[in-house]
Design a protein around this ligand. Sequence first.
Ligand code: GAP
Length: 559
Amino acid sequence: MGPSFSVEGQALLLLSRLISLHPERKKKRSTIPPAEMRTRRRSIFYLCALMAQQDDLLKKVISHSKEYGFVFPSSEIYDGLSAAYDYGQLGVELKNNIKEYWWTAMVKMQENIVGLDASIFMHPTTWKASGHVDAFNDPLIDNKDSKKRYRADVLIEDHIAKIDAKIQKDVDKAAKRFGDAFDEAEFRSTNPNVTRRQGEIDQIEARFKKAMDDEDLADVKALIEDLGIACPESGSKNWTDVRQFNLMFKTELGAVSGDSGVIYLRPETAQGIFVNFLNVQKSGRMKVPFGIAQIGKAFRNEIIARQFIFRMREFEQMEMQFFVKPGTQMQWYEYWKDFRIKWHQALGIPAENYKFHDHLKLAHYADAASDIEFNFPMGFKELEGIHSRTDFDLARHEEFSGKKLQYFDPEENRSYVPYVIETSIGLDRMFLAVLSSSYTEEQVDEKSERTVLRIPPCLAPVKVAVLPLLKKDGLPEKAREILKSLQAEFYCQYDEKDAIGRRYRRQDAIGTPYCITIDHDTLEDGMVTIRERDTMTQERVKIEEVASIVRGRVKYPVA
Ligand code: GAP
């Protein structure tokens, strides 16, 4: 495995390396020692191959999704709408199964967590109180030559990723040289190149943080200029000023126009939970610590919405707010980090696809935050956030509404505003994580290959395909009888068209874990063949056993 950083970061790194090899820079090139030159060339080949592979995988997933009815571009007959997608007949099943896996683990299997379904429209003061009206902004900057728009923070992060990659290269080299005796922490804290570069990163981060905290956007622009950051598209450094751009969508309520009627589409589902905190606590007689979970749509007017369903303007979140006694939040924060990573890993997707990324720059409401990052086709990116939100939200809603949002703790004989640990995962990102990690092209034998979605069986859209070997001799009738007995419990497909091998391939391509084949013997001995997707092994079983075999293999794992 090579270093892992964002594709944008890799592209910039690659670009800078290519520039340093460009013939017009012969003078500079001649100063590079031959060994370094070889390493650079190898890095370029490695990165080119990696990026082509990643790009290729994303393209394949997008086209496979459309071909088999998982995801379609929205309003395609009108040439589509940027960053909006529709989930097709299999997509909606996969999405529902992901929701059910989450709801089972986060609500049904928890004694002290209950669900909620709050409305998308909320009183506009909600967003003043939550800080979204004033602080839910992205700093944007335009390149005057390419006319491309960027998030200033992303440009700076990608620049940092370049420096970080150089550090990683030194670390990898040293690890190779010293073998088992290598002490990475020691090397990072003493190697002069590494400490100098790390110092550079720390300085950039500190200056950026200060500029953002002071709302000094002129200094954010100055930082981009001082770092010599060029537009990835045009290579030009001709930048506009940095401006703040609020990400909330606004609309008007009823017939009222003007400022008084302004209403927002919620940018997160969490606030619907906070404003209902007392309703749920009182009506459900909940005792701290307890949680409220919700699945629902959220909307953000993202500056750059891209990478298929990874970043959209309309998306779905699965969020849980866990209310705890002040002072215990760090212990619960660690508990939920651990619980959530186990939830992911229980699916059987290889563990090396996940990593934690602790936040350096905390959101306005948090005292600790970490992302679970997933190895998407574009590299490691945020899949889920776990945030310790303090008492910020409840306290602000108390302040803005004038209503008490406190919990009377019978053990302590006092009232307090609980602290909150939040787990927040994007459903669409989870969908992409499942789909991209399960997409496999493989050789079956010398003559044939197959595309198979190795979706964890519990999430697979279709659980069972029922296939009569022939379209005659009473086999379809028997197959439909079996189909009927399974349909109430499992989402099934019936298919009698084409040779059995082609039907297996069609089911592999949509990730169906089990195919049941009905043949002439079935009519005699009451047995069918059950074929497993990943191993392609076939087993002869009694018709009455099919449901319990499938049930045992497709149930949701316990985190
Ligand atoms: N309530 C906290 C909150 O909303 P966030 O980190 O902004 O935190 C939580 O979002 C999750 O929502 C992210 O980890 C991601 O999975 C998903 N998400 C955020 N913006 C998204 C977008 N534009 N498109 C798709 N998913 C998004």
